[in-house]
Design a binder for this molecule. Structure first.
Ligand code: FUL
Ligand code: CA
Length: 489
């Protein structure tokens, strides 16, 4: 009798814990993100700032011959930039410390072509210092773009230039606090000023810069900085500057094995299902037609509708979005850009302000890994990305059912994989139960990754199911949510 009591008090709970503990977590499937990349995925949306002497010449690519005195942002206001970016819901900002024109927005010790030699603020100005402080003080992460191609510097094309480039990186990665991303542009045009030589200089993009050594320097100085370039190592270009990634978007590619031509664009857009390396896509696009500010584009600022389309086609497909907002020559963002960012932030908040599920919502799955609570379907509704539902190893398809007490209306769905175990889901669809008891398909998709957002017409139903029909390995879903958006996006 006593034993029975003791067993009931201690034994049963122990037995349950025991079962959960015995069920092993799934093995990783294919390449998995590093901790640095996982942090990068969580950034989701941040800003790009394109600003240099070309802003004052009303052109895109500076030739490298502008006088430093042309740089005169008399009302520079990095606090205004940061306020506007925050209002949009951005989590960070990456600035062109040096664009192709070679002019440095910080007082670099290694050149005489920088803010240190211009009339602006008597050579005491430092845009990087002001922006990094404004960002860090207001909870935004900070990143740098340092153009490998330099159309001003005489050394460009020689080995000395690569040393110069690395010395500049050392300054940027030492003097401006934590850096979350280093942006390495793939553009290399050829002709330039080059210290007055005014000629064509062609380099071998693959070998000239010695990227491996440069990347180790970045790792040494800023281990948490994600390195962006066309093919990574940490994050890849999405293949277009128009603001979207493929609907099918694998975070994996095999670096160094890109196909040529149009196939390369598709490869960057969609990744490779069985790629060897984890190199997720970043979508770079400007809020205006150009990367730099031009007054003639004041009436061409993208609308909230267009930005929302971009958001759903980037963040909503598991990529990160870097949205460029170029300051005017006076050093401030144009009022239209500022107002649009604020309206976009509001719209985004509203879009996801009516979640239907909470941890009391009934949720079940046709398969739960080892029958364990640790991997139960309700882990998708606990708001924690570290907990997840998983199936048994042999179950590569499964159905999740959500049931509400009364009929609900919704038109958006958000789903996330536990990508720390790799990207798995290949095909799935959503169904709602009709009044006659039959199921109607309302949306279908392929990959999931960090986050997949689906939009569809308003649906009213008491029961909804998510049918995963194909996966590379047992699905591991960390979060799931339905929303009712009142916006018209
Ligand atoms: C391109 C550059 O040539 C553009 O000027 C801009 O910086 C964009 C983000 O990358 O390759
Ligand atoms: Ca969870």
């Amino acid at each position: 009798m006593l034993y029975r009591k003791i067993f009931l008090v201690f034994g049963l709970p122990l037995l349950c814990i025991g079962t959960a503990g015995r069920v092993k977590a799934p093995q990783p499937c294919g390449p998995v993100p590093t901790e640095r990349q996982l942090r990068w995925h969580d950034m989701e949306m941040y800003a790009f700032i394109h600003f240099t002497t070309t802003t004052f010449r009303d052109i895109e690519w500076g030739y490298g011959d502008a006088s430093p005195d042309e740089f005169q942002p008399d009302s520079l206001d990095c606090e205004q930039w940061v306020r506007a970016l925050k209002a949009a819901g951005m989590k960070g900002v990456v600035v062109t410390a040096k664009h192709h024109d070679g002019f440095c927005l910080w007082p670099s010790q290694h050149t005489d072509y920088s803010v240190a030699v211009c009339r602006w603020r008597h050579g005491k100005g430092d845009v990087l210092k002001e922006l990094s402080l404004a960002a860090h003080n207001n909870g935004l992460k900070f990143g740098v773009y340092l153009s490998p191609w330099d159309r001003h510097d005489l050394r460009y094309g020689k080995l000395e230039y690569v040393d110069y480039f690395r010395a500049q990186l050392r300054e940027l990665l030492t003097d401006y606090g934590p850096i979350f991303e280093v942006w390495q542009d793939g553009a290399n045009g050829g002709d330039g000023y080059y210290g007055g030589a005014c000629e064509q200089r062609v380099i071998d993009k693959k070998t000239y810069y010695g990227w491996e050594q440069t990347d180790s320097l970045i790792r040494e100085l800023q281990p948490w900085a994600a390195i962006f370039s066309d093919e990574g190592p940490d994050t890849r270009w999405c293949g277009t500057e128009r603001g979207f990634v493929g609907e099918t978007n694998w975070c994996t590619i095999t670096r160094g094995q890109s196909p040529e031509g149009d196939e390369r664009t598709a490869w960057l857009q969609q990744g490779e299902e069985n790629g060897r390396d984890w190199v997720p896509a970043e979508v770079d696009v400007s809020i205006r037609p150009g990367w730099f500010y031009h007054p003639k584009e004041d009436d061409k600022v993208k609308t909230v509708n267009q930005l929302m389309e971009i958001y759903y086609s980037s963040v909503g497909r598991g990529a990160n979005l870097i949205l460029n907002v170029p300051p005017m020559p006076n050093g401030r963002l144009h009022p239209t850009d500022e107002a649009t960012l604020s309206a976009f932030g509001k719209a985004l908040k509203q879009e996801f302000s009516q979640p239907l599920c909470n941890r009391f919502t009934r949720i079940s799955a046709t398969n739960t890994r080892g029958g364990s609570r640790k991997f139960a379907a309700k882990r998708m509704l606990d708001g924690k990305k570290g907990t997840y539902w998983a199936t048994d190893d042999n179950a590569k398809s499964a159905t999740i059912t959500l049931s509400f007490e009364t009929e609900r209306e919704f038109n958006r769905l958000s789903i996330s994989e536990n990508i720390s175990l790799g990207q798995r889901v290949k095909a799935w669809h959503v169904e709602a139960k009709k009044e006659d008891g039959s199921w109607q398909q309302i949306a279908a998709a392929t990959t999931v990754g960090h986050k997949r957002l689906l939009r569809f017409n308003n649906v009213r139903a008491r029961e909804v199911r998510i049918c995963i029909t194909d996966a590379k390995a047992c699905p591991c879903i960390s979060e799931l949510q339905l929303f009712l958006s009142e916006g018209n996006y």
